[in-house]
Design a protein around this ligand. Structure first.
Ligand SMILES: *Cc1c(COP(=O)(O)O)cnc(C)c1O
Length: 406
């Protein structure tokens, strides 16, 4: 008879199989136990037919991967520990020294930093392109161009570029296209089939769709995770091989939180959208603001592209920015931000708490491209799930602080 302390580890009791509940089980493992040596020899970490090691998946991460692939309209999904890791992974899996990538000038900031840092150190160059100009993108594609990143809209300045046109150009030049689909969350448009409803063209979108699950899929502001979704089997195998070599892992408990949040993704996204549009329209009428940047609003840059991709009654994320009139000095705009009570100051978006961040856009953009014309300070808002009248009152009282004691 084993001693009790051994039984704490190797107890013979096995719970009955067939347990069913609304949420899938949470499995956590580094080691996966094989029934015999033949199983060790025959199991293939590339296939989802068995388990080999925690890094290569558990029942919990496999379920999450399948749901994210379905959300994005793809076939295969790989999970990594953050949205930025997903971007890095695509670059690492596809690029070699001597290659070049193209990034829109309004790309998610750390993606630019990766290109200026590690990618450059490894002999991979990049160019920035005008996020609104297909001719500019086309001009920059050369023999070294291996990968073009697209993103619509930019998540701070909110221009919605002609991404369908961009993808078409890349396809005709034989260049792989990767989309950062965090804003659309798989709901506003399909990352693989651009166009909209009956008029979407199969395969006209990206080859690879990455998503910061940290944002709307998590919805709690408490999990970091990223996904890489593909349709093409060969492309997926490249991603999978790089994933095995690089050793990204996601925790079972984090996957569990995502699985808990996904069923409410659609209703949350619509609620964030509704509230954000109401606040954005209200701010449009305020004299302090020269421009409200929200792609679903008439007069916002790329509104027509948003309409073509998402539909006239289409969805948008609960994210928008405002540009203050330049007569309001940066210190006054900071006083406005500090005066906000329900809106908290912080990065990221997609959670229940409304957030605001002031940005110095000229320092983030290419002076040579000259794609940013405004002089005033920009503040980006992520609208949470609080009552929208309360949020509007918060903005109104903080605008008082803008004029402030001086
Ligand atoms: C937040 C974000 C990312 C990165 O996600 P993390 O999980 O924070 O690393 C990438 N792209 C966009 C558009 C984002 O908003």
């Amino acid at each position: 008879m084993p001693k009790p302390v051994t039984d704490l580890i190797h107890h013979p009791y096995q719970p009955p199989a067939g347990f069913a509940a609304p949420q899938p089980g949470v499995h956590k493992a580094s080691t996966v136990i094989f029934p015999n040596v033949a199983a060790i020899r025959s199991r293939d970490w590339r296939q989802k037919k068995g388990y080999t090691y925690g890094l290569h998946g558990t029942p919990t991460t496999f379920v999450l991967e399948e749901r994210i692939a379905a959300l994005e309209g793809g076939r295969h999904c790989i999970l990594v520990p953050s949205g930025l890791a997903a971007i890095a992974h695509v670059n690492l899996a596809l690029l070699s020294a001597g290659d070049e990538i193209l990034l829109p000038d309004n790309v998610y900031g750390p993606s630019k930093a990766l290109a200026e840092g590690e990618l450059k150190n490894w002999g991979i160059t990049h160019q920035l392109y005008d996020p609104m100009d297909p001719a500019d993108l086309e001009r920059r594609i050369g023999p070294k161009t291996k990968l073009v990143w697209i993103e619509a809209p930019g998540s701070v300045t909110m221009e919605f570029g002609p991404v369908a046109h961009f993808a078409h150009i890349c396809r005709s030049r034989g260049v792989t296209v990767a989309l950062d689909n965090t804003w659309g969350a798989g709901l506003a448009f399909n990352g693989f089939d651009f166009g909209q409803g009956d008029r979407s063209v199969p395969g006209s979108g990206a080859d690879i769709v990455v998503h910061a699950l940290t944002k709307y899929p998590s919805g709690g502001g408490d999990v970091l995770m990223g996904s890489i979704v593909t349709r093409d089997e060969a492309l997926h195998q490249k991603m999978k091989l790089a994933h095995m070599r690089l050793g990204w892992g996601v925790a079972g408990n984090d996957a569990e939180l995502l699985l808990r949040s996904l069923p409410s993704l659609d209703v949350r996204y619509r609620a964030h959208d509704r509230a954000a549009r109401q606040l954005a329209r209200w701010l449009q009428a305020r004299a302090e603001i020269v421009q409200v940047l929200h792609p679903a609003l008439e007069g916002s840059p790329g509104h027509a592209h948003w309409k073509a991709m998402c539909g006239a009654d289409g969805l948008a994320a609960g994210l928008f920015s405002v540009v203050f009139d330049e007569r309001h000095a940066p210190e006054r705009v900071e006083a406005f931000c500090d005066a906000l009570k329900l809106f908290k100051l912080g990065y990221s978006w997609g959670g229940p708490v409304s957030l605001a961040v002031p940005y110095d856009i000229p320092s983030m953009r290419s002076a040579a491209l000259g794609t940013w014309k405004h002089k005033g300070v920009l503040v980006r808002f992520s609208v949470g799930l609080e009552d929208v009248e309360d949020l509007q009152a918060d903005l109104a009282q903080a605008l008082g602080a803008l004029h402030g004691p001086g």
